[in-house]
Design a protein around this ligand. Structure first.
Ligand code: SF4
Ligand code: SF4
Ligand code: SF4
Length: 303
């Protein structure tokens, strides 16, 4: 017997095949859970009869086979554990992130802090369509941001200190995109091939390649599932605070204009994505926007 319709109607409560039971999905921004919280979830799961939990693709923990009659108490216990009931329906669902600058040698940004800040601003907001948000700290894109409704990738552009390149070719070897060659004894970048991963910056033994500064590529309208689709590039900005503001503007735009019952990726054109992109670019201060395809390994004369 379902006692609390309000809690049961939340997206974090999922009716199972055997409709006598439900699965409870927790809210774990960026997939970071303390050891104490982990023990707390295990205790709660055991207390209400689960023998195991399930780790989801959205970096949350689900507790399966819960009696809907215990929903109130389980929700209370999970909230006390700071891992409350999450979301799964047409809402902003758990924001995911790769390990980022805290641990990964490839990271250009603090993806976990950014995902947690976005979660704090927007988690659980009811929407006409489901909004999945993913942050990856480099173009290796381990959390598949390009396949989420909103995806963010941390990038940096290489700039060579003027006039000092030895032509040793180390950066050429490290670049997986074949985007660098040696011409006239200097490294030269092919802008069209560069994905702005920053690997060459870290590879130069003479520290002659500098970062143009971390920046954040924001994409909209990707999806996984039956017919995966890559998101479209919206804007590249220079600070996490601007990312959060832009993500909020995307959410407001979708909330006001999108239709229910269809994935966001299927209605981007009807929502006039191109016009929205122009509006966003006009709204963000020019000095916070990274121009397309500029920079690269040069003698810095472009900057
Ligand atoms: S996306 Fe990049 S920074 Fe993040 S875990 Fe993968 S390789 Fe590391
Ligand atoms: S930043 Fe560009 S040039 Fe440097 S390693 Fe990455 S893809 Fe190659
Ligand atoms: S930029 Fe550095 S690594 Fe690349 S060729 Fe010049 S000295 Fe070597």
């Amino acid at each position: 017997m379902i006692k609390d319709i309000g809690i049961h109607m939340k997206g974090g409560v999922i009716t199972e095949r055997d409709t006598e039971y439900c699965t409870i999905r927790t809210r774990i921004p960026a997939g970071v859970v303390s050891c104490g919280q982990l023990r707390g979830i295990a205790d709660i799961a055991e207390r209400y009869g689960a023998e195991s939990v399930h780790l989801t693709t959205r970096q949350t923990i689900e507790i399966p086979h819960m009696d809907p009659g215990n929903l109130d108490a389980i929700a209370r216990d999970l909230a006390a554990n700071a891992t409350p009931v999450g979301s799964e329906r047409d809402e902003i669902v758990n924001v995911i992130a790769c390990p980022g600058s805290e641990r990964c040698i490839f990271a250009n940004i603090d993806s976990i802090a950014l995902a947690q800040a976005i979660d704090a601003r927007l988690f659980g907001k009811e929407m006409p369509v489901k909004i999945r948000i993913s942050v990856s700290a480099c173009p290796n894109a381990c959390t598949s941001p390009v396949l989420n409704e909103i995806g963010i990738i941390g990038q940096i552009r290489p700039i060579r200190v003027p006039g000092l390149c030895t032509g040793c070719g180390t950066c050429v070897e490290f670049c997986k995109e074949d985007a660098i060659s040696i011409k006239g004894g200097n490294s030269v970048l092919d802008h069209a091939r560069c994905v702005e991963c920053g690997t060459c910056v870290r590879s130069c033994p003479y520290h002659l390649l500098k970062s143009s500064g971390e920046h954040y590529l924001i994409m909209v309208g990707g999806r996984r599932g039956r017919h995966p689709k890559a998101g479209r590039e919206l804007i590249t900005v220079t600070s996490p605070d601007v990312v959060i503001d832009v993500v909020e503007k995307i959410v407001t735009w979708v909330y006001r204009r999108a239709w229910s019952g269809r994935l966001l990726s299927d209605q981007l054109d009807e929502l006039q994505f191109g016009k929205f992109r122009d509006e966003i670019r006009a709204l963000v201060p020019e000095e916070m926007v990274v121009p397309e395809n500029s920079g690269g390994i040069s003698d810095g004369s472009e900057r």
